[in-house]
Write a protein that binds this ligand. Sequence first.
Ligand SMILES: [Zn+2]
Length: 324
Amino acid sequence: MAKLEPRCCFLIPMKSIFLFLQVFLLCAAAAFGALKRADHVFIISFDQGAPAGIQKAEMPVFKAMAAEGSHTWQAYTIVPSITLPSHTSMLTGVGIQKHQVLWNDYQPDKGPVGVPTVFSIAKEHGFTTALFATKEKFKTLVRPGSVDTFVVPEPPVAQGVADACAAEVLKSKPNLCFIHFGDPDVAGHKFGMNSPEKMKAFAECDAALKTIREAVKAAGIEASSVFILTADHGGHDVPEVKDGQPTGKIYGSHGSPAKEDVEIPWVAWGKEVKPGFEIAAPVVIYDTAATALWLLGIDPPESFWGRPVASAFAPVPVAAAQKP
Ligand SMILES: [Zn+2]
C-alpha cells in the first residue's frame, strides 16, 4: 500500500498570508478612502525641461533621483504645450478644455483659475501649502485661501526660488510645495534647445534642486517626503529669419503637438517610491496633481482627468502593511 504523505491544512505559507494582507488592505483603502503615503510632497517643474536636453545636461542630482526612484522620459503635456495652460493642467488635474486658462501671461482681471487646484484641495483637508515660482503669472493658480506661502524672488532665478523654498521648509515644513524653475525656458527661447546657455541653465537648476534636497534633509522630513520632478513642455529649434533671409542663428519654440514639444520627464523619488523602476504606464501632465493628493491620503476628485501614477510606488503603504 502506498504511504500517504501527511497533510496539514494549518501550514499556510507565510507568503500567502502576506499576500492576503496586501489584498485586504488594498480593498480597505478602496472602501474607506486613500491611505496616506507621505507627509510632504514636492512638485518641481523645470520649465522647457525636454527629456533630451536634461539627458545631455550636467544634472547629477536630477539624474541620480531618476535612477534611484521611478521615472519615465515619455510623459506628455497638453496641447497647446505652453507654460501657463500646461502648469494649470499639472496643478488642477484637468485638461485645458476644462480649466480654460487659455492665456500665458498674468491677467489679474481674469482672476484665479475657476476649478479646484491641488493646493485648494490639500487645504480643505488641513494640509499646508506653498508655491515658489520665477514667474508672476503663477498667481493665476492661487485661489483664495489656498496657498499659505507664495514667493516670486527678485531676481526671478532658480537659485532664488530654491533659497526661498529652503527657508520655508526649515521654518514651517509645508505639506505640499510646488517649485517652478523658469531659467531653462528663458535660455532655450533665446539661444536654442541644446545651446550652452540652456545647458548652463539646467545645471543651475540642478544646483537649486540640491539646495532644496539639503533643506528637506536638514528639516528632518526626508524620510516622509516624496519629490516629483517634471516639466510643463519641451521645445524645438527654429532657424531665425530676418527680412526673408536665414540669419544662421536658431531659437527655441514650443506650443505644438510635435513630440519634441509635448514630451516631458516624470520622476518620483522618496518615501515608498519603487527603486530603479521605469514607469511603463502612460503619464500625462494632469496625473501630477492626482498623484500629489493621493500621496497625502486624499482621493483625487472624480472631476479630475488625472489619475495617480500608482505603479511608481509600493503596492501598499509600508506603515499600513506593518500593522497587525
Ligand atoms: Zn514653459
